[in-house]
Design a protein around this ligand. Structure first.
Ligand code: NAG
Length: 402
């Protein structure tokens, strides 16, 4: 090729590149950080979920949660549990810079507030926490937020428009909900400095005007308007923003339309399987990284535990329990004709108390909730894509290495 032709082509290329406006499109992954350990308490998790979804907590579940706590604390005076990892789990949280402070937040696909511990709270409620130092010049005067649960617990405070950085992306004027009051349930959870909601902005609690979630604020800056979640079994998981990481799943990603009408990442499954036995059933559920267990219709929980020898739905334990030595069958839901399998061993949540040989199930009935909630017990074997490119959709895939 004569060199002048090459030069002309090169020149034309250079011009066309220069003429294209450069748009920075971000794609990055946020790795969770293990922040301390906590004692697993199955019925306390059930109570927490009922509160989160504004449902009354039955007395037997409260009593079971307290009993579990009390018996376990007594055991603290004795020998250490033989297998600590059974009784304890790490809190896996994500680092986020809010204003000038780096906090560790719980990324929650089941809520839409970005609320943080702040200097507006009493000093006594901040012990052990990193918190947001509010900047009065950034205050959104007249704005407040409040997350209130059926039993009177919750959190509330003021609103600021400040810089929020997650991984490679900064929202320069993100609505930050600074707590002034936080009920005991949250202050006890010393590892969590707040929540970063990833559900729909339509359920944000800021008044008089709802505010956008961090994801809604930055989605236009991302290479693709999506995020993907890979929570892990006894390990730190990741949140990928703006891209899908093909090394994190095997097989196809199966998409289904998301039902966002209630503000959640809702979807409908068409069947469930216990081991290899499949039963057709329309299952309306949501995905929620901020919920520890999985909750399904009572009939489905019953069908599952019918295949676990020694399993009982025990009121005094606050749900389904079984001998810790039991072999658990896999549990699957069928989404867009593809089975999404949760390995049986993932469904053993924890011993009911330290040293107990009775274990609390990670799959529990959704009694009183009215829909299914697929929390961490389900998510830890999945790679889930939350995509808002057009009509919101959810992509389900089996996590690599599970
Ligand atoms: C944040 O840091 C900047 C730069 O150091 C400082 O000027 C500002 O006062 C800080 N804001 C707060 C609320 O501490």
């Amino acid at each position: 090729m004569p060199s002048f032709v090459f030069l002309t082509v090169a020149l034309a290329l250079a011009i066309s590149v220069a003429a294209t406006p450069v748009q920075k499109r971000d794609a990055f992954s946020v790795e969770q950080v293990a922040r301390g350990t906590f004692r697993k308490n199955g019925p306390a998790q059930v109570a927490k979920t009922l509160r989160k979804y504004n449902k009354a907590v039955p007395a037997n579940i409260l009593a079971a949660a307290e009993n579990n706590e009390a018996v376990s604390v007594q055991d603290d005076t004795g020998s250490d549990p033989a297998v600590p990892s059974d009784h304890y789990d790490s809190s896996y949280l994500s680092p986020v810079t809010v204003g000038n402070n780096t906090l560790h937040l719980d990324f929650d696909t089941g809520s839409a507030d970005l609320w943080v511990f702040s200097n507006l709270q009493a000093q006594s409620s901040l012990s052990g926490h990193d918190y947001y130092q509010t900047d009065s010049t950034k205050k959104k005067t007249g704005y407040t937020w409040k997350i209130s649960y059926g039993d009177g617990s919750g959190a509330s405070g003021q609103v600021y428009a400040d810089k929020v950085t997650v991984g490679a992306v900064t929202a320069t004027s993100q609505s930050v909900e600074a707590a002034s009051s936080v009920s005991a349930q949250f202050t006890r959870d010393v590892e969590t400095d707040g929540l970063l909601g990833l559900a729909m902005s339509s359920i944000n609690t800021v008044k008089p005007q709802q505010q956008k979630t961090w994801f809604d604020t930055v989605k236009g800056k991302l290479a693709k308007p999506l995020f993907a979640v890979a929570l892990k079994y006894h390990a730190a998981g990741t949140y990928d923003f703006g891209y899908i990481d093909s090394s994190k799943y095997t097989g196809p990603i199966t998409y289904v339309d998301a039902d966002t009408s209630q503000g959640f990442w809702g979807f409908t499954a068409s069947a469930y399987s216990v081991g290899s036995t499949t039963t057709t059933s329309s299952i309306a559920g949501i995905l929620d990284t901020g919920t520890t267990l999985a909750y399904v219709d009572a009939a489905i929980a019953k069908a599952y535990y019918a295949k676990v020898s020694g399993a009982v739905n025990d009121d005094t334990q606050g749900g389904y329990v079984f001998p810790c030595s039991a072999t658990l069958p896999d549990f699957s839901i069928t989404v867009s004709s593809v089975k999404q399998v949760v390995p049986g061993k993932y469904i053993n949540y924890a011993p009911t108390t330290d040293g107990s040989t009775t274990c609390f199930g990670g799959l529990q009935p959704n009694t009183g909730i009215g829909f299914s909630i697929f929390g961490d017990i389900f998510l830890k074997s999945k790679y889930i894509v939350h995509d808002v490119s057009s009509t919101p959709k959810l992509g389900f895939a089996q996590q690599a290495g599970v």
